[in-house]
Design a protein around this ligand. Structure first.
Ligand code: PGA
Length: 250
């Protein structure tokens, strides 16, 4: 089965509602994307961006995080149903900033993956090693461990909805992107792990993105690799002209 390409923009803690509106308008003005384009604004801008994208084929919205419970006394948290109600199709889970700044564990991320699937959301599960882990020769071990822990309990039948993002921690926001060969190597390794978990057919349905200092100038080198099905873009997704250059338009 051919996997459709996905170009995702993680806006992180950037853009007021007004700024998000301007960015979304700018992207819509560029025309219909040929790739699937995923916009992940802050929670506060999800609804407004949704209004602007209504009736615009090819654009999807996602959140950057959520809690795993369906409701309750969790001050400051957002639950899966709240995102689904806003029309979100995706949710980024286990981003390295969540893991490292907010100390999210594999077990918590696993609960979130299960909750997302249960709520009809497509998880974008992020995995990636630190510089130290890479230098110690542990990159595959770390990333494979994050994959297996994150997906524990998920079924092969969910494969078509699952998106993985390989984001080496040292490449995020640093301007030092991984080499395309490294990105392909890790994507192929992850797909091999998925084959062991779920079998070849399901593994071939999972989309694997590369993220970490992706720019309009280097994105094609990643997309040319056979196991890389798209990109998760941070900084370069905050400007309509830049982000628009990163996906194909009809
Ligand atoms: P970057 O961020 O493109 O700014 O490196 C990527 C990410 O954190 O998803």
């Amino acid at each position: 089965m051919a996997r459709s390409r996905l170009i995702a923009g993680n806006w992180k803690m950037h853009k007021t509602v007004g700024e998000a509106e301007a960015l979304a308008r700018g992207l819509v003005a560029l025309g219909e994307p040929a790739d699937q384009v995923l916009l992940c604004p802050p929670f506060t801008a999800l609804a407004r961006v949704g209004e602007l994208l209504r009736g615009q084929p090819g654009f999807f919205r996602g959140a950057q995080n959520m809690h795993w419970e369906g409701a309750g006394a969790f001050t400051g948290e957002i639950c899966p149903g709240m995102l689904a109600e806003l029309g979100c199709a995706f949710v980024i889970l286990g981003h390295s900033e969540r893991r490292h700044i907010f100390r999210e564990t594999d077990a918590e991320i696993n609960r979130k993956v299960g909750a997302a699937l249960g709520a009809g959301l497509a998880p974008v599960l992020c995995v990636g090693e630190t510089q130290e882990e890479r230098e110690a020769g542990r990159a595959q071990g770390v990333v494979g461990g994050q994959l297996r822990a994150g997906l524990a309990g998920a079924a092969a039948a969910e494969a078509a909805r699952l998106v993985l993002a390989y984001e080496p921690v040292w490449a995020i926001g640093s301007g030092l992107a991984a080499g395309p060969g490294d990105a392909q190597g890790m994507a192929a390794f992850l797909r091999g792990e998925l084959v062991q978990l779920w079998g070849r057919e399901a593994a071939d349905e999972v989309r694997i993105l590369y993220g970490g200092s992706v720019t309009p100038d280097n994105i094609e080198t990643f997309l040319a690799e056979g196991d890389v099905d798209g990109a998760l873009v941070g900084g370069a997704s905050l400007d309509a002209g830049n982000f628009g250059r990163m996906y194909r338009r009809k």
